[in-house]
Write a protein that binds this ligand. Structure first.
Ligand code: P6P
Length: 336
């Protein structure tokens, strides 16, 4: 008979690997799991209910907030505040970081940075979207209010990171520093089941993911790499396949499973890159390195070594199979 290992059982098993663990991270993950289940339900009926239309608000990025963006942000914020182990969050949907003021939260040891619904512009065309989260231990004293410094930590300080992908099935993929594991949601029994244990990205791949509409604005080295991907060369499995969904979580997840490289370089519209360091690039970088891959902002700039200065700062992102990242870096080093 098939043995189902649920996310809850997996987390408890992992907690046994951390003798000093006090169960707080376990509690944090259970709140993420709850919010993910609620969002699964809302996203899967979004086409039917009037919650895909713009909420007429704008987020800090100046992007029109879809109602589900707002809904997702509230769901995760409330779930994370409930358990008391989190003292505050930073979110793509919140201009400032959010202090959790209840006494139980002042004692919280963790902060969470989150993109509650990445790729939300895809919702009304029924393309997969995702939630991305990043977890740090606070640096400010337990018992005090959370401070901005708690959020402006470099990515190598993360204690956990993950994403939820709301696609043909809903999956939670995360790491606490001991490898990457994927759980598929079974709505008939309401649990996430271990479906992709010990995920490792192939060292090489045949897929590159980039918005080629920005090609003329890319740095010369990136342009040359894209042409390298398109050249005929059987010995190196080229030409590669171009796959770009416009939803980071979806492109990242496919490349994690099959091997590949996702690129969001600088461009005229985004001179510092489009993606946000704290709640998109760092969590994806943490996951890909745990899965044997690489995440860089440039030839000599590991994403997780960037010292953050502002909550919503952007950076270029090159993430995926290590050999593909290395090849791209060769082109950028040679051609700028
Ligand atoms: P573009 C979605 O807005 C997002 O942040 C990522 O999920 C996605 O990969 C990227 O931006 C798409 O950006 O400029 O290609 O539409």
């Amino acid at each position: 008979m098939e043995i189902i290992k649920t996310l809850g059982e997996f987390i408890l098993d992992q907690q046994r690997d951390y003798p000093e663990a006090s169960g707080e991270l376990t509690s944090l993950f259970s709140s993420i799991r709850l919010a993910a289940k609620v969002l699964h339900r809302e996203i899967n009926k979004a086409g039917l209910a009037d919650i895909t239309g713009a909420a007429n608000a704008e987020n800090v990025q100046g992007e029109e907030q879809q109602k589900l963006d707002v809904y997702a942000n509230e769901r995760f914020k409330n779930a994370l505040a409930q358990r008391g182990v989190v003292c505050g969050i930073a979110s793509e949907e919140e201009e400032q970081f959010v202090k959790f003021e209840e006494t139980k939260n002042l004692e919280g040891k963790y902060v969470v940075l989150i993109d509650p619904l990445d790729g939300s512009s895809n919702i009304d065309v029924n393309v997969s979207v995702g939630t991305i989260f990043s977890v740090y231990k606070r640096v400010s004293p337990v018992g005090s209010h959370v401070t901005e410094a708690d959020f402006l930590q470099p990515g190598h300080q993360q204690v956990a990171a993950g994403y939820v992908i709301y696609g043909s099935s809903t999956m939670l993929v995360y790491s606490t520093g001991k490898g990457v594991n994927g759980f598929t949601y079974d709505p008939t029994i309401g649990v996430f089941c271990l479906s992709h244990p010990d995920l490792m990205i192939p060292k090489d791949g045949k897929i590159y993911s980039v918005n080629e509409g920005n090609y003329i604005h890319f740095p010369e080295g990136v342009k040359k790499y894209i042409k390298y991907c398109q050249e005929e060369d059987d010995s190196t499995n080229r030409p590669y396949t171009s796959r770009y969904i416009g939803s980071l979580v979806s492109d990242f997840h496919r490349n994690l499973i099959k091997g590949g490289l996702y690129l969001y370089p600088t461009s005229s519209r985004y001179p510092n890159g489009k993606l946000r360091l704290l709640y998109e690039c760092n969590p994806m970088a943490y996951l890909i390195e745990q899965a044997g891959g690489k995440a860089m902002a440039g030839p000599d700039q590991r994403i997780m070594d960037i010292e953050p200065t502002t909550l919503h700062q952007r950076c270029p992102l090159f993430v995926g199979s290590p050999n593909m990242v290395d090849k791209l870096n060769e082109f950028i080093s040679e051609h700028g």
